[in-house]
Design a protein around this ligand. Structure first.
Ligand SMILES: [Zn+2]
Length: 506
């Protein structure tokens, strides 16, 4: 990750502005471009080149309506989607032009956020596109909008959390600018691939989103529930961009039922539910945005108090460890190669026994992608991975769809230096054993000595306390190095001294 100071300041600055006021995003782009004469069978993004003045007019109308952030006409501006219009070779040009148009309207009065939508194909294991291919497709679009000078990025209408992971990774590998990451939810308050709002928050936060939330979906009323569920677990601000309800066909016309006045009223409910940024998706117009801006002007943002909860998240659901819960229930270490075809059933057994994390020892150098996918399709348990080889770990983490934890083999600077950049890149948590290169800890004093320096270094890297667990076992077999009485003393001490949670094997 490039951590340029200028960008870092910008992100901090952006977060500070969210403490002062509710920011307003713009409304629908597609709806407006259709009205402005988008031709049948034409990519909306093609207008950036063919008729930039039409796009400019949409931005101008939203700026006038009170939008603080203008989102570029680049939602479908990736190679795969544009190839359907024979525009695959114009990705950079279309995206750069779009950012330029938005910036020329925003000047210094609004921010420009580059819109990035789904690539339009399912990833493995649900589809056939590989994670690496998906990453490359996003990377091309991301680089285009960054080089064109966008202030922010809005990832929108994602229904697959794994595709979102690839997109966030492509962004965070390239830049540190603020990212608003939106998933879209259906009637069951889950995404199409089954992720619930709390799990989405856990995974988007881990992936490096600056603000998380929802867009599109069923409309503002239904999204109130999504925002409430997100607010319960989020440590970072929330964004919401509802549709103007579900479209209805009246004669030849598509009509969206939610009026601007109603959108203004929903704005109050959405802010009360915890939203910090509000805009509109399909069917919203400058009138809707004006109503949102008017309502938002009288509302104060809620400030997130940092709470020491740990979110143990698979790719669909999450287990929340409350601030008073000191331990994490973990399975015995399972050798992924030895487990063979029984891996999924072993996982389910441990889940039934109450394990919250599935502890896998995974060797490097084997292609275990399909085995990991198969496991995750059956068991949604978050994974604790024992492997500190950078290359092997990178391949494994690409195949993990939930949030992973990585267990260091020993608590040494050398091992940490290998693992830390990869943990940071993939948003993984860390498990630190109370054993250094020489000895396992035998009492509280030696445990504190071993953990202190390593934990400090992890915390200084930006990984947070609730993402660090301590393992007081001797070896990869899950055997304890010390007797029960001493062990309880160590667990108590680690909690009282540092508020670190410890692993408890079931
Ligand atoms: Zn929409």
């Amino acid at each position: 990750m490039k951590e340029g100071n200028a960008h870092y300041m910008k992100r901090e600055e952006f977060l500070r502005s969210l403490q002062r006021k509710i920011l307003v995003l713009d409304g629908a782009m597609g709806t407006m471009l259709q009205r402005a004469g988008l031709r049948a069978g034409e990519a909306p993004e093609a207008l950036n080149l063919r008729a930039p003045e039409k796009v400019r007019e949409v931005h101008e109308s939203y700026l006038k309506a009170g939008a603080d952030i203008l989102q570029t006409n680049t939602f479908g501006g990736n190679r795969l989607k544009l190839s359907a219009y024979n525009l695959a070779d114009k990705v950079t040009e279309i995206n750069a032009k779009a950012v330029g148009i938005a910036k020329s309207v925003a000047k210094s009065t609004a921010l420009v956020s580059a819109s990035i939508g789904p690539i339009g194909a399912f990833l493995e294991p649900l589809g056939t596109l590989s994670f690496d291919e998906c990453y490359e497709i996003f990377k091309e679009q991301v680089e285009a909008v960054i080089n064109a000078g966008t202030d922010l990025i809005s990832i929108e209408t994602m229904s697959d959390i794994y595709e979102m992971k690839a997109c966030l990774l492509a962004i965070r590998d390239a830049t540190d600018i603020p990212v608003l990451a939106h998933m879209t939810f259906g009637e069951n308050l889950r995404t199409l691939s089954g992720t619930d709002p709390a799990a989405a928050v856990a995974l988007l936060e881990a992936g490096g989103a600056t603000v998380v939330g929802a867009n599109c979906s069923l409309g503002p009323k239904e999204l109130i529930k999504v925002v409430e569920k997100m607010a319960k677990v989020a440590q970072i601000p929330l964004v919401v961009q509802p549709n103007a309800g579900m479209p209805q066909m009246i004669g030849e016309k598509t009509v969206y039922p939610v009026t601007p006045e109603e959108m203004g009223q929903y704005t109050i409910a959405l802010v009360n539910a915890g939203a910090n940024i509000i805009g509109g998706c399909c069917g919203t117009t400058p009138e809707h945005i004006s109503a949102i801006a008017e309502a938002a002007a009288n509302l104060r943002p809620s400030v997130k108090a940092g709470q020491n909860i740990s979110l143990l998240s698979g790719w669909r659901t999450v287990t929340v460890l409350s601030p008073s819960e000191r331990s994490v229930l973990v399975s015995e270490p399972i050798d992924i190669v030895e487990a063979g075809d029984n891996l999924s059933s072993i996982a389910l057994e441990h889940k039934d026994l109450g394990a919250q994390l599935l502890y896998l020892t995974i060797p490097s150098g084997l292609d275990l992608k399909s085995r990991l996918y198969e496991l995750q399709m059956i068991s949604d348990m978050p994974l604790l991975i024992a492997n500190d080889d950078p290359q092997g770990l990178t391949e494994i983490l690409k195949s993990v769809m939930g949030k992973a934890w990585i267990r260091l083999s020993i608590a040494s600077e050398e091992v940490l230096d290998r693992v830390l950049p990869i943990a940071k890149r993939f948003g993984a948590g860390l498990v630190i054993p109370t054993q250094d290169s020489k000895y396992p800890a035998e009492n509280l004093e030696s445990a504190l000595d071993i953990v202190r320096d390593i934990a400090d270094k992890v915390l200084n890297s930006g990984i947070q306390k609730h993402e660090i667990f301590i393992d007081v076992t001797l070896d990869s077999q899950g055997l304890y190095a010390i007797d029960d009485l001493e062990r309880l003393e160590v667990l108590k001490g680690l909690w009282e001294k540092f508020r670190f949670r410890t692993l408890e094997f079931i």
